[in-house]
Design a protein. Structure first.
Length: 209
């Protein structure tokens, strides 16, 4: 069964409080999304397997540890997910990046796919799907379904703010996908936005309306 990981790290919570503020500028909002993603990525990769290697320091030989050959991929859900990529790539420079374009139909609130570009060896990689908002769970579930159809078997989902309906949907649709969030807000409004949330993450990252 999948697990829900809610971060309580003080640095993440501090940055999240600024992210929520409606007066935070586009520049600062964009920077904060990347910083929070980097901090979350640090924890989401805690279970990566290690192997011992011998290295020679300036003083003597040492037995050290390195990641045991795990291939990783980050797949943002366009467009807001793009804001989380740079922070994660800074920590994992050898990872590959795919893209899945989904938008939510304003009437049905169901995800509609319009773009997909994945690394050719995506089936050999552990995938972290990223999207700042985890509201209805429709886009996240659709992205995970699409990745599984392409042969992916090891998937995690990392979002900044979530809500109960999204977690319930992921448990139903993808009980094998662990979810990582910085906060779980109590509800959605009639338009499917997280309350209190932070508004439209894509608009706030890119300065659009």
């Amino acid at each position: 069964m999948s697990e829900l990981h809610v971060y309580d790290h003080p640095l993440i919570q501090h940055k999240l409080s600024i992210l929520r503020d409606k007066n935070t500028s586009v520049k600062e909002f964009r920077e904060l999304v990347g910083e929070i993603a980097m901090l979350m990525c640090y924890e989401a990769t805690r279970d990566l397997p290690l192997e011992e290697v011998e290295v020679e320091t300036p003083v003597d030989k040492a037995i050290a540890k390195r990641i045991a050959g795990k291939k990783l991929a980050v797949v943002p859900i366009l467009r807001a997910g793009l804001g989380m990529v740079d922070g994660m790539v800074a920590l994992m420079p050898s990872c590959k990046v795919g893209h899945i374009g989904l938008y939510r139909d304003p009437e049905t609130l169901q995800p509609v796919e319009y773009y997909c570009k994945l690394p050719p060896d995506i089936t050999e990689r552990d995938v972290i799907v990223v999207d700042p908002m985890f509201a209805t769970g429709g886009s996240a579930s659709a992205a995970c379904t699409f990745l599984k159809e392409h042969g992916c078997r090891h998937i995690k989902l990392m979002c900044i703010i979530g809500a109960p309906p999204a977690w319930e949907k992921m448990q139903q649709d993808h009980p094998d996908v662990d979810v990582y969030v910085a906060a779980m807000d109590p509800k959605l409004n009639d338009h499917g936005y997280i309350v209190p949330g932070l508004g439209d993450a894509g608009d706030r990252i890119f300065g659009t309306k």
